[in-house]
Design a protein around this ligand. Structure first.
Ligand code: FES
Ligand SMILES: [Fe+2]
Length: 457
């Protein structure tokens, strides 16, 4: 792909510090078929990937699959405290071992042995082949090494299973830092899904993720929220990852900025309205407990209560309501809360919008190797009383059936993908303060791909 006329082409940056300055990003990483093909080998097969949730495989023998382009991974609980991942392919003649049912995001089930549908080679949970019809016909050459399932590196953090196809990969924990340390106090592993949906979009996987990794779009894309207050926010590079957060209002200490925003004007009223709108139109970033507690603010606090006190009261009463039903929010120190921000972009393709009692996660993957398409997933989690979490499954849902606020985000995606192909487009120019996570993604991506680093504007 050639640069279009008038393309912005400064010097490529080569240190993370330079991400703080204005940069431009060429469109190749989003549009080029060759770039997408190269991602298969240089990126997807060489990085840790979020592949599923541990509570989906609670019992020994429970399994799920995770597909990334041509690679399918079979993830199995092999012992109460052990999960393993294998290439989902039969070593005999290459039949996919576990098929994904039509229309499903992934396979999910329970088996104590996996029997290939073609010639019935059979594998135990440890990946060893335990049955081969006519084994003697191979004249003694079949052994464990050439008949067992290929193993994939697998570990867990935050309640998720992560896989890495690179046998020489660094340990997951090291890879995730500093996100892991900054997110650990939020005890994400204790949260359970409230809903989870997936969809195929007409845009590159990066376009989909970049619709959610900045606060700069709130005024333009979600104008309804502006009625509740301003949403100024920051973005930081965090090694291979990045995070974003809201700037703390001057009148409030760091403890109060976190994920939960309060409205302007009479904060008792505007917070309740914003919570009700968020619950009904987004169904994310809050819980029924928080909404109910916000609705009581006008009865529990006198008019004129300073907004900082409204926020304190709201959080305290919601925390108490949840505690009364056995839902204990973790205590996160104020300074830690401020540093953790509101959302993390885990390189390359996972986002965690964390809070003390709920979270919103996004995940995007290429679809069929087409740079113009991706599989996009959104999942909302929260804390539940023991045994009361709902049973959920990934639901394929048309764009118009997602919460309204997310539809607003979706509406930009195909138009960005198409717009970047326009001969008159000069290159992406992310806001260096509020959209630095975009520059950070491409900076880190370029290290895998050997090209595509942001350039100085
Ligand atoms: S391909 Fe699996 S048994 Fe033949
Ligand atoms: Fe948005």
């Amino acid at each position: 792909m050639n640069y279009q006329p008038g393309a912005l082409t400064g010097e490529p940056i080569d240190t993370a510090e330079e991400l703080a300055a204005p940069v431009t990003i060429g469109p190749e990483a989003y549009l080029s078929r060759d770039y997408a093909a190269a991602e298969a080998d240089r990126l997807w097969r060489r990085t840790w990937l979020n592949a599923g949730r541990l509570e989906d495989i609670p019992e020994v023998g429970d399994y799920i699959t995770y597909d990334i382009l041509d690679d399918s991974i079979l993830i199995v609980r092999t012992a109460p405290d052990a999960v393993k991942a294998y290439y989902n392919v039969c070593p005999h003649r290459g039949r996919k071992l576990v098929d994904t049912p039509p229309g499903m995001r992934n396979a999910r089930g329970h088996k104590m042995r996996f029997v290939c549908g073609f010639h019935s080679w059979t594998f135990n949970l440890e990946g060893s082949c335990t049955h081969i019809a006519d084994r003697e016909h191979w004249q003694g050459r079949l052994d464990d090494a050439n008949t067992r399932l290929g193993e994939v590196k697998c570990d867990s953090w935050g309640g998720w299973v992560w896989i890495n196809m690179d046998p020489g990969a660094m340990p997951l924990r090291d890879y995730l830092e500093p996100a892991a340390t900054l997110l650990d106090p939020f005890q994400l592993q204790n949260m359970r899904c409230r809903w989870r949906k997936w969809i195929i979009f007409d845009c590159n996987w990066k376009v989909a993720l970049e619709a959610f990794n900045e606060t700069y779009h709130v005024a333009g894309t979600h104008p309804e929220f502006i009625a509740f207050g301003d949403f100024p926010g920051w973005a930081r590079n965090q090694g291979r990852h990045s995070n974003i957060g809201y700037d703390a209002p001057k009148s409030m200490d760091a403890n109060q900025q976190a994920k939960l925003r309060i409205g302007t004007g009479d904060a008792r009223i505007s917070t309740a309205e914003m919570q009700r709108y968020t619950w009904e139109a987004a169904n994310t970033n809050t819980t029924q407990t928080l909404v109910d507690a916000a609705m009581r603010l006008k009865d529990e606090l006198p008019e004129g209560t300073p907004s900082g006190e409204v926020l304190q009261h709201w959080l305290k009463s919601a925390r108490a309501d949840d505690a009364a039903r056995g839902v204990i929010w973790p205590d996160v120190p104020p300074a830690h809360n401020a540093e953790a921000g509101t959302s993390w972009q885990i390189f390359p393709n996972f986002q965690i919008g964390h809070a003390v009692n709920n979270m919103l996660c996004y995940h995007a993957r290429p679809y069929n190797g087409d740079p113009d398409k991706c599989i996009f997933e959104g999942a909302v989690y929260q804390l539940y009383p023991e045994g009361e979490a709902p049973e959920t499954e990934w639901e394929y849902t048309r764009a118009e059936d997602w919460p309204f606020v997310l539809q607003q985000d979706f509406a930009n995606m195909a138009s960005v993908q198409q717009g970047m192909k326009n001969a008159g487009f000069r290159g992406t120019q992310p806001n260096p303060y509020r959209e630095r996570a975009i520059a950070s993604l491409h900076y880190n991506l370029a290290k895998h791909m050997g090209e595509g680093a942001p350039r100085k504007l």
